[in-house]
Design a protein around this ligand. Sequence first.
Ligand code: CTP
Length: 397
Amino acid sequence: MFIVVGVTGGIAAYKAVHLVRLLVGAGHDVHVVPTEEALRFVGLPTWEAISRNPVTTSVHDDVPRVRHVALGQRADLVIVAPATATTLASMAAGLASDLLGTTLLATKAPVVVAPAMHTEMWRHPATMANIATLKERGVHVVGPADGPLTGGDSGPGRMCEPEEIVAAALAVVRPRDLEGVVVAVSAGGTREPIDPVRYIGNRSSGKQGVAIARAAADRGATVLLAAANIEQAVLAEAGPCEVTPVGSAAELGEVMRGFAAQADVVVMAAAVADFRVKEVADGKLTKESGGIPTLELTENEDILAGLAADRRPGQVIVGFAAETARGAELLERAVRKRRRKGVDLLAVNEVGWEKGFETGDNRIFVLDAHDEVVADVAGSKREVADGLLEAVAALRR
Ligand code: CTP
């Protein structure tokens, strides 16, 4: 998303640095528009470095590209944080006295403001009237929070924390098209025991599946998440989802069948082991157990194919395919896999496309039941999740 962040002249401007970081980290194209006053608190190089985009405060810069209106016209979302009493007054009056003012007048995008000022200023009838005017025009107001203020005072007027502002702002632009829908998601990678201390596993972190679960919850769904061996830090991103931890493919299968009985949509994002050890040793295998052990494997059930075969009318079943093939062969393999599994949508993930796990980036294309490519999304795992859910919501429509 193209997001404009207006930063105005309050001490909370330093917290807006973190806000910009969060948005950039989530894969958004962020353009900071500080006021001259804001630059007295945090300098221009900081905004440029953090946003990775050029920053200017003046309507006289970049005139050939009509920057004074171009940013507002292009924006999908405008956030003003912190919004001082002066800024709220300027916005209410429709003043175009600087780049932020012109941007706000030129935009049709949703506008979210996070006020920050002393309690007396916040409670002043002038500020209250300005806030009422802005709300009437559809501006979304986040906060202010109640807490310590500059100079040792305390009370309402503190800018909300960046995480809260980002969540509120993104919620404004997100469709609630899965309201009342139950979505079951599997994420992570299964572990097939060898003995009490060893297992056969895979490298799946669960990040993509958790991002899908969270994105579904943000669109209004009730989400049941089967989490196969996912680190706590990753699982924390699941937010309001109901999490059931699982270990092996057999456990995952049992949990997913239970979920599927209630779910309108099932997404199998977990990396499931195709094979398990036929006879799991009761005690730890040791060198004294007798030479080099041979592990005999046996096939696991195909959970996804089973869920697709047993689907209720109207239930949407989504599978994943991690493939190392490229080009035409990739598409052919994906089509064969979609048919074999009998799913409504198959998200095909070309492994090796991603620039590395650290970036959290991914790329998928989505095949529908007619083997048509209905989505091709690249970006953060959250963006990929949103793209996939877009296809799910479209199918349900
Ligand atoms: N899957 C499953 N049960 C299994 C294996 C896979 O439910 N035993 C699901 C995965 O969660 C994923 C999809 O099937 O949604 C495809 O997984 P993948 O490993 O790509 O497919 P396989 O059937 O294992 O085919 P292959 O490894 O031969 O490509």
